[in-house]
Design a protein around this ligand. Structure first.
Ligand SMILES: [Ca+2]
Length: 306
């Protein structure tokens, strides 16, 4: 800039000193760097071409980079995204708008948002405003990123079960006025997860003496009874006639008591719930829920009836 100022001063001086001299050469500043050559001449003076000087426009340019603290997630996980928006130009960038389109099923945690500015190795926290429209998060900073300075944005998102339907792809763009950054892309691999999609099934097989479908004291459990699930899985009751099955795929699941596994017993009639008078049970399991399948039996001879 010193050179430009000196040149301008000299040029003004020459204009004042030498009236009648014409000058051309200052072209419109459209590129980041402009070559400028002045030509001096006059009626009695040999044209003189000045040396060539360069001056650089005060350009603003934004570069954005997005990273995450993990590459693969499952529903229930939290991801911390970090965005660095760098002003690679030579003049400040003001009124920054960051537009971040999150992958499907990722929830922006507003309270986690942290923004700071780094300039000349000094980092200062700044306050921003933010809004959300569906999956698009918009962050506005009314201040300025100095030339060669960086705005650092960090925030957390939580991964919902819905994320498994999405691509995990995230696109972020920063803008200052009509200056737009590149589009930063980040790809998060979303795994369905075991726990999140699954449920737990519990149940028991017992001697129902009063035919109410419930196990009361004095109604013993039946060990080693076999229940077949709709997917072919075989469940065996424990010494107390109970079973539990973890990581069952959610949905409508059917279990059927295999009466051949309990010789001497038949299905106990249920006096209160007619639909329980079946050796099959249907339960609807939602993710992370627990369902129950109880089977009441009675000695085949009918001596359990009171
Ligand atoms: Ca009972």
């Amino acid at each position: 800039m010193k050179l430009v100022q000196d040149w301008k001063q000299n040029y003004l001086f020459l204009l004042l000193l030498l009236p009648g001299i014409f000058s051309v050469g200052i072209s419109a500043v459209i590129a980041d760097e402009t070559t400028n050559t002045a030509v001096l001449g006059g009626d009695n003076i040999q044209p003189v071409t000045s040396n060539t000087v360069f001056f650089t426009r005060g350009a603003t340019a934004l570069e954005i980079v997005k990273t995450a603290d993990r590459i693969a997630v499952e529903p229930g996980d939290t991801v911390v995204y970090r965005l660095a928006i760098r002003n690679t130009g030579n003049s400040p960038a003001s009124n920054i708008t960051l537009t971040d389109t999150l992958p499907l099923g990722l929830n922006f945690e507003t309270r986690s948002l942290q923004v700071s500015l780094t300039s000349s190795n000094t980092t200062t926290p700044v306050t921003v405003s933010n809004s959300q429209d569906n999956s698009t998060v918009t962050i506005n900073y009314a201040g300025t990123i100095s030339a060669q300075g960086t705005m650092n944005v960090a925030y957390a998102v939580t991964v919902t079960p819905d994320a498994v339907r999405g691509t995990g792809k995230n696109l972020a763009v920063a803008a200052a006025g009509n200056i737009r950054s590149n589009t930063a892309s980040h790809l998060l691999k979303i795994r369905p997860g075991i726990i999140s999609d699954c449920a737990t099934l519990i149940g028991r097989v017992f001697v129902d003496k009063n035919f109410d479908g419930e196990q009361q004291p004095g109604e013993p459990g039946i060990p080693n009874a076999v229940i077949y699930m709709d997917d072919g899985n075989r469940i065996l009751t424990d010494a107390n006639g109970m079973f539990s099955l973890a990581n069952v795929i959610a949905g409508n699941r059917t279990g059927t008591l295999d009466l051949t596994s309990l010789p001497g017993y038949s299905l106990a009639p249920n006096l209160y719930n007619i639909e329980k008078n079946s050796q099959s049970r249907l339960v609807r399991l939602s993710p992370r829920s627990m369902g129950r399948m109880n089977f009441a039996v009675t000695p085949a001879s009918g001596e359990g009836r009171k």
